[in-house]
Design a protein around this ligand. Structure first.
Ligand SMILES: Cc1ncc(COP(=O)(O)O)c(C=O)c1O
Length: 377
């Protein structure tokens, strides 16, 4: 268990921020790194050409440690949807085949596949949310010979349900189906090992559980797809990019590994240092410990909420860091505003109250939420 790390964040004592699944607070050292990075632009003469590469490579190497892969397998992207679109552009699917998604899947990992299915004559196959909350069993059953691509999360975002991705990965490989993952609601808070899961593509936006800034993320690309086609054709993805004076000696060749999939202007001098600093902190804490720490707070919350009529999927079917509380009677839509007046912050997603604590939260934060819920029970 990690002792409370609130001192690293700028969270006033009277704020119970239990909403990391919406957006994490930027920790002070990451804010400092980002501010210093932004300030560099005031002195552009100090931004030498090598700086376009050093920050990006540091991002790649740090992200690779979190995902447990080679730095060559990481591309720098703007968003989850950018990563999903990259996967969709490169993975084959044809008429009569299907693309597997979950019920209530996040739109950034849905619309793109809906479009791809329309364009190819494939169909979308939607895995239903079962009463028993066993998403893994439901996915394994739905993985039949027609599935060309399984586009899934590690944690289903409205239920907190966790998929056993090692088993799903094995089943996909047996079928010859591609596996595309959106790890935005899990990476940084739930251990993930690319070498074990062996996805084809896996993306995570940085601004939630990676504790990073908005508008940057990482994309894992399996070596077999690294000669694919990027969404953009920009100068810095090409093999000759390091030699600024020769950029107009156009080349067919790309830089090594997944770098060809980097977004334009990927060498973002403000965002990357902040994202890297946050990922380094997560590595220092150890993601398994983050999971354990957030999980203990959620267990306390789940038990207290059960006494006032709320239920949630039980662990291990639920991810420890992610609690979606439901009850028989409807939850008032204005609940987040009511709670915000008490300086307690959560989200409503689907028909659940989504509670997402992190290492900056205290037991008192959890008890304040329960006290508020008691009033509406
Ligand atoms: C599961 C999931 N994926 C992705 C995102 C963000 O998507 P994008 O980076 O495309 O804005 C969110 C944001 O709430 C999310 O919950």
């Amino acid at each position: 268990m990690i002792p409370c790390q609130r001192h690293l964040f700028d969270i006033p004592d009277d704020v119970a921020y239990l909403n990391c699944a919406y957006m994490s607070p930027l920790m002070k050292p990451a804010l400092e790194a980002g501010t210093a990075g932004l300030a560099r632009k005031a002195h552009p003469w100090e931004i030498t050409p090598d700086k376009f590469f050093t920050g990006s490579e540091e991002f790649r190497a740090t992200a690779a440690q979190l995902v447990d892969c080679s730095a060559d397998d990481i591309a720098i992207v703007s968003s989850a949807s950018y990563g999903i679109a990259t996967a969709a552009r490169n993975l084959p699917v044809k008429k009569g085949q299907s693309i597997l998604v979950l019920e209530e899947q996040f739109p950034s990992n849905y619309y793109c596949w809906q479009r791809r299915a329309e364009e190819t004559g494939a169909s979308l196959k939607v895995v239903a949310w079962l009463e028993n909350n066993d998403w893994t069993a439901a996915v394994l059953e739905a993985l039949t010979a027609d599935v060309a691509i399984a586009a899934l999360p590690h944690v289903q975002w409205t239920s907190g349900g966790r998929l056993d991705l090692v088993r799903v990965g094995e089943a996909c490989r047996k079928l010859g189906a591609a596996l595309v993952l959106d790890l935005t609601q899990s990476l940084g808070a739930l251990p993930f090992v690319a070498r074990d899961v062996q996805p084809d593509f896996a993306v995570a936006a940085s601004y939630k559980w990676l504790l990073g800034p908005y508008s940057v993320g990482l994309l894992y690309v399996a070596p077999k797809w690294q000669s694919g086609r990027p969404l953009e054709e920009n100068w810095i993805q090409r093999a000759n990019a390091r030699d600024f004076s020769s950029l107009i000696l156009y080349t067919e060749n790309y830089d090594a590994g997944a770098r060809r999939f980097d977004m334009g202007e990927r060498a973002n001098f403000a965002l990357l240092p902040a994202a890297v600093r946050a990922m380094k902190q997560l590595l220092e804490w150890d993601v398994a410990q983050v999971s354990e720490t957030a999980g203990a707070l959620n267990r306390r919350l789940a038990e207290a909420a059960a006494e006032i009529g709320f239920s949630a999927p039980a662990e291990p079917l639920r991810a420890p860091h992610y609690l979606a509380l439901r009850r028989k009677t409807a939850i008032p839509r204005e609940l987040p505003e009511m709670l915000a007046r008490e300086k307690v912050f959560v989200s409503i997603r689907g028909s659940s109250i989504r509670v997402a604590p992190h290492v900056y939260n205290t037991v008192e934060d959890c008890d304040r939420l329960i006290a508020c819920l008691r009033r509406i029970a």
